[in-house]
Design a protein around this ligand. Structure first.
Ligand code: NAG
Ligand code: NAG
Ligand code: NAG
Ligand code: AKG
Length: 444
């Protein structure tokens, strides 16, 4: 029998994975730490001695994937209890993200990182932190899937950080792009300025809450010629998902980012995988709609040039946001589309009074910064000057459950077509099972 005395945090952290697998054996009942230690002793033949002084740290041992099961940590001497809410969340039953639980997990992790940093680190609870040299572990613990963050030392390493409007116009001016246009006197102005445009969509209902918007396909130079002509109620915005991915020389301009390396979307068959480098080039005053990203994924937005203002709404405020009902993305692997009818940067509070109650965090993003928007947060961007940016997304350990639920919820894949042992599989295996999506989609 091995005997180990835990003397410091480092050693405690090493026990992490062992404790995690043990905890998963104990669904839905409170566990006494002493019970766990007995278990370790009996089944794994290890004797772990945890001196009282480190005892309070035991809760750091729990694997992040299991945190969602734990709702509170009453911390008293040796009867430290780990309360678990429910058996491991099952793909076979409906699920929805619980922001309060995520905040609890975050606050536990905050204590862990403050101890590791000798309490120097401040974490914002009302706004957004700007971070550099952030370790992957701290990123996953504190921010990813839980709270937005701006990283300041990622984009400056991408060749794309050198892109300018001139460069894009010179090389791609004749190429077609998808552009949103807003104008008070829409038809006249748009057809005057963009005479060679063709309209992709002119139904204001399709424009996600922005008044008088249409979507056009135009040669890029047409947009570029008019970037100076923007007004608060008349502006244009290139929002093109395919422009960069279709051009390998541009795609190469976006660096591999360690924070985006774990991406389960790559496990989807290629024709179901979302495009992951959207060109966002807007004039002053241009903006996105207030929306949730497809599959409620974790979105990223890298500003190359210009300044972007953001309003981000923590999850759980649907009742204040006037979300359009029954809309779908129409992607090969379909999902619901959650878009608000409210323009958060110019809200009509007479028409949408409940919107007053919605709580958001508001901040400015500077060139060279990349923003991570956690799963489940409604958001809207506003370009306070001409701004060039690239957005992307990720599915990883911290949000795959949300993404899979959004896929299952639409019903193109029948929940009961999933193998009954799917909950025993690793997250990667669970995601890869959605390959059967291909079959379902094509059969329908
Ligand atoms: C995705 O977002 C919508 C809109 O807020 C919400 O109703 C839904 O529950 C979310 N999905 C999950 C799986 O949490
Ligand atoms: C970045 O963080 C690591 C520890 O995570 C540290 O060793 C290194 O010195 C830091 N680098 C800079 C430039 O701050
Ligand atoms: C940007 O361009 C400058 C000048 O051509 C070059 O020195 C630099 O390495 C480039 N930066 C990146 C990230 O490619
Ligand atoms: O920069 C913007 O306009 C916001 C883009 C965005 O939110 C998105 O691509 O989902």
């Amino acid at each position: 029998m091995k005997s180990t005395t835990i003397r410091n945090t480092q050693q405690l952290l090493k026990l992490n994975s062992m404790m995690a697998s043990l905890l998963s054996c104990y669904a839905s009942q409170p566990i006494k730490i002493s019970g766990l230690l007995d278990y370790l002793h009996k089944h794994l033949r290890v004797n772990i001695i945890i001196p009282a002084v480190t005892f309070g740290l035991v809760y750091f041992l729990v694997d992040p994937c299991l945190y969602h099961k734990i709702t509170s940590f009453p911390q008293t001497d040796d009867s430290l209890l780990l309360y678990q809410t429910s058996p491991r969340s099952s793909l076979l039953v409906p699920y929805s993200l619980n922001h309060d639980t995520l905040l609890k997990i975050r606050s536990i992790n905050v204590r862990k990182w403050q101890q590791l940093h000798q309490y120097e680190q401040e974490y914002s609870e009302m706004g957004v932190d700007r971070r550099n040299n952030l370790s992957l572990e701290e990123f996953f613990d504190i921010y990813d899937g839980k709270w937005p963050v701006l990283l300041t030392d990622v984009v400056d390493k991408w060749p794309a950080y050198n892109w300018t409007g001139d460069f894009l116009n010179q090389h791609y001016g004749q190429e077609q792009v998808v552009m949103k246009a807003i104008d008070y006197h829409l038809d006249a102005a748009i057809s005057r300025v963009f005479s060679d445009a063709y309209q992709i969509s002119g139904d204001p209902l399709d424009q996600d809450g922005l008044t008088n918007a249409i979507s056009l396909a135009v040669p890029l130079y047409r947009f570029y010629q008019n970037t100076e002509n923007a007004h608060p109620k008349s502006w244009t915005y290139v929002e093109d998902e395919l422009f960069i991915p279709m051009r390998p020389e541009l795609r190469k301009g976006i660096g591999n980012t360690e924070y985006l390396q774990e991406d389960f979307f790559q496990l989807f068959p290629e024709d179901l995988r979302p495009w992951n480098a959207m060109l966002l080039w807007g004039t002053k005053y241009s903006r996105s709609s207030l929306h949730m990203d497809p599959y409620n994924w974790t979105g990223t937005n890298a500003v190359i040039q210009g300044h972007k203002w953001w309003k981000l709404y923590p999850p759980g405020q649907d009742e204040y946001l006037y979300i359009m009902k029954d809309r779908r993305s129409g992607f090969p692997l379909n999902c619901y589309k959650y878009n608000s009818v409210v323009d958060a940067f110019d809200p009509d509070l007479t028409k949408y009074p409940r919107f007053k109650k919605a709580v958001s965090i508001v901040f400015e993003q500077l060139p060279g910064e990349i923003l991570f928007i956690p799963s489940g947060w409604f958001h809207q961007a506003y370009n306070s000057e001409e701004t060039l940016a690239i957005s992307s997304q990720v599915m990883n350990r911290n949000n795959y459950r949300v993404v899979l639920e959004e896929i299952l919820k639409v019903g193109d894949i029948q929940r009961d077509s999933l193998p009954s042992d799917i909950d025993l599989m690793s997250p990667e295996q669970q995601v890869a099972m959605h390959d059967i999506a291909k079959l379902s989609v094509h059969q329908i």
